[in-house]
Every structure is written in structure tokens, then in C-alpha cells.
Design a protein around this ligand. Sequence first.
Ligand SMILES: Nc1ncnc2c1ncn2[C@@H]1O[C@H](COP(=O)(O)OP(=O)(O)O)[C@@H](O)[C@H]1O
Ligand SMILES: [Mg+2]
Length: 390
Amino acid sequence: MAEGSVQTGAARTTGVQSRGARLTLRGLTKHYGEFTALASTDLTIDAGEFFSIIGPSGSGKSTLLGAIAGFVAPSGGSIEVDGRDLVGIAPYLRNIGMVFQNYALFPHMSVFDNVAFPLRLRHMAPREIQERVERMLATVRLSDKIRRRPSQLSGGQQQRVALARAAVYDPRILLMDEPLGALDKNLRAEMQYEIKAFHEQIEATILYVTHDQDEAAAMSDRIAIMNHGHLVQYGKPRELYENPRNAFAASFLGDANLFEITATRGLAGSRVALTVNGDHALTAVVHADALAPERCVVCVRPEAVRIAAADAPFDDTPDDKPGCHLLNRLTGVVEDVVFAAGTVRYRVRVGTSLRLAVRQNAQRREDLYPAGAPVALVWSINDTLLIARE
Ligand SMILES: Nc1ncnc2c1ncn2[C@@H]1O[C@H](COP(=O)(O)OP(=O)(O)O)[C@@H](O)[C@H]1O
Ligand SMILES: [Mg+2]
């Protein structure tokens, strides 16, 4: 992830003159008997923001969306849209649009009638219905499919009808629950652009659920990571990637090499010497507000590591403080190497207790290290993150 995000149109000035609404959750909770599907959740999503929730299956993502839409009765807390509490208000009176993974289109109705449905439900005049449906179908580029049935459309086209239907009555908030989950990889990428462009046009606040971290990183202003009914962490994609709160956040958003710390020794210049996974020595930088190393694991991102021949000269610029390294270096043997889509991925075995994932931009073929090659792994002590175990 973090390899470029989807950009469409001019940068929006989030919240300014947006047609979207601000969404505020306070202490929102859902229990099923003894089971907590959603622990007390506080969150504010700005007007016009594209906010994604990622998390493993069963972590409570759909429960959270369902509570906001009104399909799930919360056990406690409030849901405010621009300051107005929604709890107790029927779903269709909330002015919130919803898009599901399975499209949920009406199979016996034409594209036009599917999109017109929410407007007829609201007793809108036929002429206005006609205008709005045509405008919406132009937005999702389906004007030429207006008389078709859903079964005569591709998966991507069906999902665009579902988008049009969810947004045709100008909801100020759109909820999307894994909307691209049923599409294959290429179509997903195309629909990501489609949905971003759609967001630019309708300017609604979007709360988007996906289990695909790359999709969330590419599309979102901010992302929340959910686990066991809790929001573990939220923020801009890059912030989450660079400062994961704990081991779960580090491994869920992006790939992470995580090492157990078995011994620590303070060094000069806010550095600490670590022993990880038994007998490997590393150096890390300790920040002023850091947790005690005993409560941490070491996190090293695969793309932070440089791979070189084991006998290549190694130049760790000497420091003013003796014994302090600026780089970490381990030697090992390539276990396997995968060359794909512009990157080379290695797994490198270091001693008996350590294995590292390493990712490099695709180099010239002759720079590849084959399985069995002895290699050195080198990375900055600043890329040696100490993060909370839990
Ligand atoms: N109606 C229900 N009764 C009991 N448990 C439920 C109900 N709906 C959801 N759950 C449980 O709540 C948890 C969160 O579900 P859900 O929000 O659907 O997760 P996600 O969308 O992240 O996969 C799951 O363990 C699920 O089994
Ligand atoms: Mg779900």
C-alpha cells in the first residue's frame, strides 16, 4: 500500500460548501446478549469526507453501518447528523443512502425503474423523477442502458446502477458495505476510480467498508481499523502506516515484520540496543513518549529493508557516539523470491529464529538474488519501530 492513491479532479476542500453532512457517533454500542458486536464507539466524520473502515470478517463493520442506517437498533449511544440525533428515526427518514456488496437490485425492473424506486417511494412528481434518474445515470455513464434489466448488465454496471439508486435522492451520507466485494480484481480497480469520481460529483459524506487495505488506502481521506468490535486506530492512511498503534494495526494495514524483544539496553542519544527473537541484535530510536520496550514488539516494513550481496561492503557512517549504529544489518539466506507487478518480494531466513519479508522495486533481472543466495539486509534505525504489543 501507500503506493499512490486514486486522484480524480481537483483536490476537494473537505467540509467547505459540501453537500455532505457531518456524522458524529458518541458511545455507540451494540450487544447481542452477552456478546459485544460493537464496543462503545466515538467518532466524528467530517462533511464530505471519504472515510473507510477496514477490519477482518466479524469485527463489527456491518453492525456499525447497520446502526447508522437504522437496520440495527443500538444498545446505547447516539448517532448525530449535523447535530441531529437519529436514534429512533426510521431508516427511510434518515436521508442516508446504502450500497451493498450484492447490489440488491430489483431483477424484474429496468435500470430506469430501479433508480426511480426511491423517488417514487418519496412521491416525487414524474417529471422530476425523469430528470433526476437521467442525470444520475449520466453520472454513472449508463445512459445507454436505461431500458435494460439487471441480468443484461455486467457486475460493474450493476454496481453502478446500485450507486445511482443509492444517491438519486441526494442523501447527505452514503454508506457502502463492501460494494466491490463481488467483482474481480481488474474491475475492482476500475470501480475504485468510478466511485471516487462519483464522490467528487455528489459531494456526499461517504462511509465505506472494505476488507481490502489497498482499496481503503487508495480511496480514503481517513481510515479506521476495526477489530473485535473496537476501533483500534483511525487517521490518514499514511499516518496509520507510519505510526501503527499496535501490532494488529501494523500487520492489518500494510505488511510488517514483527519481532519479539527478549532484552534491551539503553544507549546514548535516545537509542536502545535490542535483542530480538532470542539472539539477534538491533538498534532502535526511542521517542520521548514511547512505551517501555517490554510492552513492545519491533516492526520493520518490508520496503524499508535494502537487500545486498552478503559480501558487499557495508558502510555504517561512524557516529559521534561510540557503539551507536545508524543502520541495522542482518545476514541471511534467500528462502524464496517472487517477481510480480513492478516489485520483487523476498523471504529471507536469518539464523534459525527469524524470517524477514523484503520488498524492492523491480530491478534489472541480474540484480535479483535467487533462492539460496547469501544476502545482507540493511535498514535505518529510524525504520525500526517500537510499537505496542496490544
Ligand atoms: N443478529 C445477530 N445476532 C447475533 N450476533 C450477530 C448478529 N449480527 C451480527 N452478529 C455478530 O456480530 C459480529 C460482528 O458482525 P458484523 O458486523 O457483521 O461483522 P463484519 O461486517 O465486520 O464482518 C459477528 O461476530 C457476528 O456474528
Ligand atoms: Mg460485513
